[in-house]
Write a protein that binds this ligand. Sequence first.
Ligand code: ADP
Ligand code: ASP
Ligand code: MG
Length: 417
Amino acid sequence: MALIVQKFGGTSVGSIDRIHHVAEKVIAARHQGNDVVVVLSAMNGETDRLIQLAKSVNSEPNSREYDMMVSTGEQVSISLLSIALLARGCPARSLTGIQAGIKTDSSHKKARIVDIDPSRLRKELNEGRVPVVAGFQGFDELGSITTLGRGGSDTTAVALAAALKAHECQIFTDVDGVYTTDPRVVPQARRLDRVTFEEMLELASLGAKVLQIRAVEFAGKYNVPVRVLSTFEDGPGTLIAYEDTRMEQPIVSGIAFDRNQAKITIRGVPDRPGIARFILGAVSDRDIDVDMIVQNVPSVDKTIDFSFTVQRDDYKSALELMHAAAEELEAKEVLGDDKIAKLSIVGVGMKSHAGVATRMFQALGDEGINIHLISTSEIKISVLVNEKYTELGARTLHSTFGLDAPPRDEQTTKSTK
Ligand code: ADP
Ligand code: ASP
Ligand code: MG
């Protein structure tokens, strides 16, 4: 008997009808001879509502209490599904993060899973029940409820699959797999049959929210095969796994974009050792993540310009810190821009191909899209552009690298061959 973990996202459990639909799917998987562990998100929109509720009392709610509040969304959906399963005669039991043994560190709102004690889950499975686990939550050393960051139910599912050595972790969502780019933005996007952990990690961290980054990290580390599938239509979905058996690797497998970006430049900084540490230290001491970093060569007056990007939520705080740093360093000025977006191309095939960056810059230039910053790794190139060009940029790169789906009539001809 195979053990599978099935995770259903917010849209998939967004109404009572959909809860019933999910119950039928879980029962069907059991009838196929599988043991099933279910992980659920909160009903669509519920986590946003709870966050607003907490913020209506104080705009910066205490983070322990914030976690206590937002974790309740998942508790509603797991009980609803368990009620639906039990009503169909399927033995099921809802479990919170604590009951499922999900231990995390104490960094509230973005806790990391440190250990899983699967004994309770095993017991439920051995007794023939379907454990229905609340995603997105765990507990720390003090026994406080923690949450894993937005989209964290994906990570709960993959971590449980790793701890239980499950055969596969199935992520059911509102699209039928991982696409070459967000299909809601680029209609020509194509579903990928498979994608490597490496590529998926880049796509997720560069803005493709179909899977939380930490879920992909877990999957890669523990070699858990993950399949992204639609809750609403049958199909093969997308398999995320190590080996890549594609006959011919495309140079670029996907395009990602992220509008949640802001850029800060501190100009005319004296060029001396320790400057980068001074500037970035001020930001990281406040727990603000820095993404792209560029320092230019010294100008004739022996000063440098230093630019970096942060998430838009952190923009105001980072800007204030830089004004203070600029004063201390006697820098010329601080410039900020929070109307920018990051566009990225990702592909393992890039490793062995020269000229990919040139093609990317040429295509953007031809569309009149100016590039503010560039960063690269072995399998990705990211550029920062004005946010008004996000969609045009994504569409342009999608067709430049040959990712567009063939026109409809051609698809029909192919499928009837
Ligand atoms: P869930 O609530 O099921 O966790 P999410 O909204 O978190 O679902 O993730 C699914 C969404 O991710 C899709 O509706 C799609 O718009 C978006 N998305 C972004 N990039 C991609 C991509 N490359 N492939 C598929 N979906 C993507
Ligand atoms: N409910 C949480 C969120 O909206 C976790 C999740 O859906 O994965 O972010
Ligand atoms: Mg999600």
